[in-house]
Design a protein around this ligand. Structure first.
Ligand code: NZQ
Ligand code: ZN
Length: 384
């Protein structure tokens, strides 16, 4: 096992009616700004419960954060929060509202320079305005992690940043608020969480059987619960299980002491930045091609995954790898997400700009840092 440091400071309130806990964690002395999307919070009961819990509190609202949150919109929120002297940010919605809130929290404390540097240059932040969250879409794990992903529309760039200062102080996860999710978002959430696990699990063996089994537990739960929630969107138990899986998939637990990949995400972010497809759709396209390309490097873990998660044995290692890839694609397609570039009207020739951009940046991805521009081009060709 590799060395690691682990600390997760986010307090979780989970379950029916848990939004009322806002009273316990926020103070009437704080000036709060709720940051949210384009209105789903009013349809899923979240907004009414927030307003009820925070009656008598000093709260203003910022609406309009879009999916794949835009830097340009975040800057408007920073200006409003600064002029209103906000000292606590409350995200309400999905990963986009929360990621935007994390960036706003960091940018509010950023000196006179351009806060875009936090994203584009990885400039380190020294502090952030404290934030919390009412999550209504299980997918990203942002509710319990130190990362955020922001898109700059004018340059078609999508960057992540990570800082311990942007962990939510608390996250409230009430599965009932997810009943209203459109099927596409429910599926996106399952696939995003599933791929988060794979990015931390399908690398190479470092003799970390606990982390392997934790990863397998999340994968197998998603495989079981996904079809249930598709068949019955108001199945509380299935919604709850998926919600806790998504948080566990990216809260820093399963990556303790193991190598991590994240190349699927990095290539996927480019597909979203250039073509506007959903985050999970980009992952469903890239992952199978990436595994095909990296099958030698990942062989041991792919064989292990085929055996442990899909119950396959008595085949050659090469056949096991094929089964691992095929079973994953079948799972994605069976719950309703397409897995090829052409399914989204994207031509391979349209992806040349992605390869050129990665070449220019000189990025090296994957657990061995062996995937550069040439390899990304080859991987995308396998995704056609
Ligand atoms: O804008 P509103 O009206 O709120 O509608 C949203 C949005 O249209 C809607 N929605 C949310 N909760 C709902 C609901 N509709 C009905 N009922 C509910 N309960 O769903 C739509 C999508 O929401 P969004 O927040 O964009 O989705 P998601 O949570 O999948 O977040 C995706 C973003 O997170 C980033 C992605 O790149 C993408 O920008 N990621 C963040 C990560 C992190 N911080 O750790 C890791 C991930 O890998 C990912 O990159
Ligand atoms: Zn993701």
């Amino acid at each position: 096992m590799l060395n690691f440091t682990f600390q997760n400071p986010t307090k979780i309130f989970f379950g029916k009616g848990s939004i009322e806990n806002l009273k316990a964690v926020l103070s009437k002395d704080q000036k709060i700004m709720m940051v949210t999307g384009k209105g789903s919070i009013k349809k899923n009961g979240g907004y009414d419960q927030i307003v009820k819990a925070l009656e008598g509190y000093d709260m203003i609202e910022f609406w309009g954060i879009e999916p794949n949150p835009r830097y340009e919109m975040c800057i408007k929120a920073v200006e409003k929060a600064k002029s209103e002297k906000v000292d606590f940010l409350l995200a309400a919605g999905g990963g986009s509202a929360l990621d935007a809130t994390k960036f706003i929290a960091a940018a509010m404390k950023w000196g006179s320079g351009d806060p875009w540097d936090i994203l584009s240059k990885g400039a380190k932040i020294e502090s952030a305005v404290p934030l919390g969250c009412v999550l209504t879409l299980p997918a990203t794990g942002s509710e319990m992690n130190a990362g955020a992903v922001i898109t700059r529309e004018s340059t078609k760039e999508k960057f992540a940043f990570i800082s311990e200062h942007i962990y939510p102080k608390f996250s409230i996860l009430d599965p009932e608020t997810t009943f209203t999710l459109p099927e596409r978002q429910t599926i996106n959430g399952i696939v995003d969480a599933y791929v988060h696990v794979l990015e931390q699990y399908i690398t190479y063996n470092v003799n970390a059987p606990l982390q392997d089994r934790q990863a397998e537990a999340i994968l197998m739960t998603l495989i079981e619960e996904g079809p249930k929630v598709k068949a019955d969107p108001i199945n509380y138990d299935a919604r709850a299980n998926i919600m806790w899986c998504a948080a566990q998939a990216l809260n820093g637990t399963i990556n303790c002491g193991v190598p991590q990949d994240w190349a699927t995400h990095m290539i996927g972010h480019e597909l979203t930045a250039f073509f506007g497809i959903d985050h999970a759709q980009s992952l469903a396209i890239v992952l199978p091609g990436l595994w095909q390309h990296q099958r030698e490097q990942k062989k041991e873990k792919l064989v292990h995954y085929a055996h442990r998660v899909w119950g396959i044995s008595d085949l050659s290692p090469e056949e096991m790898v094929d089964v691992a890839i095929r079973k994953t694609v079948t799972f994605f397609e069976s719950i309703g997400i397409r897995t090829r570039l052409k399914d989204y009207g994207i031509k391979l020739s349209d992806c040349r700009a992605i390869v050129e951009r990665i070449e220019k940046r000189g990025s090296k991805m994957g657990e061995h840092r062996s995937i550069g521009a040439r390899e990304v081009g080859e991987i995308l060709a396998l995704c056609e």
